[in-house]
Design a protein around this ligand. Sequence first.
Ligand SMILES: [Ca+2]
Ligand SMILES: [Ca+2]
Ligand SMILES: [Ca+2]
Ligand SMILES: [Ca+2]
Length: 269
Amino acid sequence: MPSAPRSRFPRRLGAACLLIAALALAGCLRNPSVSDEAWKTLESSIQKEFDLLVKEFDQLDSQGDMELCQPVQFAVARFAVYQAVEERRGADMAQLARFIQRARRALSFPQQALRGKQCVDSDGDGLTDLEEARVHKTNSNKADTDGDGLSDGDEVRRHRTNPLKFDTDGDLLGDGEEALFYKTSPLHADSDGDGYPDGLEVFKGTDPRDPCSFPAGEEANRLPGPYTQCRPKPAGAPQPLKKFVPAPASPQKPPAGGSALPAPGPSVR
Ligand SMILES: [Ca+2]
Ligand SMILES: [Ca+2]
Ligand SMILES: [Ca+2]
Ligand SMILES: [Ca+2]
């Protein structure tokens, strides 16, 4: 495609202008008597619209919350814009105008969300303010609503734990302690399946991840079976963990207010 000459058109051309240009182009294609100057003006306007489209997508892409908030719409917009970029090399102006129109339509939905502030994540926990208020009922200004050491976003998307409960499975170990330190399941009270709850095992000093290690004299607190059979560990297997040391939550964007996630305290009571 020949390079676009300088134009007297305004710098910013909107979608309406593109439509006018495309319609005018269609008319030009049917009318071979159109002047070279008019043709170049149309070509310039479409090139400018294309550049504007790419610029707007780049602005959208720089909003990290947008891809998180509207993943499908964002992916559609990205595909449409990239397709326009690819087709720019081989397409004539009429084809390019169609690709631009398609990309602009796809781009309009995440742009509306951006303008409506639907994708704001004030506390940087990976959940938008709207999502927190409407779906999860968590605090949109506190990254870790229940104070268990896992951010609300990590609880919802990664660990599938309850962001409103410090101890989702009720085994007396907090979700953060289990996921970050003991490496036990925060969703199952008895991670090794021996019938003894993880919290009880930690409190008694046995290994909550080894069915061969269980507390003596606690049959009354044993959960209903069936139980996992004890299979002796191979030599060199890791030793049971004895003491909880607060560990940082997984890396995430710090909240706007600058406060970091509070470290969980020991919950074995
Ligand atoms: Ca949030
Ligand atoms: Ca939490
Ligand atoms: Ca627990
Ligand atoms: Ca157990």
